[in-house]
Design a protein around this ligand. Structure first.
Ligand code: HEC
Length: 145
């Protein structure tokens, strides 16, 4: 085979293989390592500039805005999906300018929130896609623990 006849096959392999790997190895809940440490770090910078004024530097909330970390937050969100939290942030926050953050930024901020709630980082980034996030459950207790 010549180089040019190989190229279409390579293209297909590059697109299909990651999709297969994701669907087979996808964690089912937030205990499975659903974001990366680097992503949470990006989220921290975004959080500081767009959320901290109301929710506090350490995600502890203030008089008006609820905490985004801690037992109360985890209890609020347990049984829901990472997609629900994503959509809540994207469509209602920041309260004074909702829908102003792109999907990638919202995913980065959600990664930060997960990390500050004690859910572990992993090898793959939290997807900026509600369809994929719908497969990730938020459970406050570690399964089997
Ligand atoms: C101007 C103040 C303000 C800013 C800025 C702000 N929020 Fe909020 N947020 C609130 C208030 C007040 C509530 C509760 C009332 C409501 O939901 O509208 C809230 C609620 C929330 C909730 C729901 C919490 C729960 O447990 O139900 C989430 C999640 C959230 N905010 C995330 C964010 C994120 C992420 C940012 C930054 C992108 C942000 N907020 C920026 C004021 C703010």
């Amino acid at each position: 085979m010549t180089r040019s006849s190989l190229r279409p096959f390579l293209g297909v392999a590059l697109v299909v293989l990651p999709a297969v790997a994701l669907s087979q190895g996808a964690p089912r809940d937030v205990w499975g390592g659903v974001y990366t440490a680097a992503q949470a770090q990006r989220g921290a910078a975004l959080y500081a500039s767009t959320c901290a004024s109301c929710h506090g530097d350490a995600l502890g909330g203030n008089d008006q805005a609820p905490p985004l970390a801690g037992g109360g937050f985890r209890a609020n969100w347990t049984g829901q999906t990472a997609a629900a939290l994503f959509t809540r942030i994207k469509t209602t926050m920041p309260l004074d300018n909702p829908n102003s953050l792109g999907a990638a930024k919202v995913a980065d901020i959600e990664a930060l929130i997960l990390s500050r709630n004690g859910f572990p980082a992993g090898q793959a980034e939290l997807p900026a896609d509600p369809g994929a996030l719908d497969a990730i459950a938020i459970t406050q207790d570690k399964p089997g623990a």
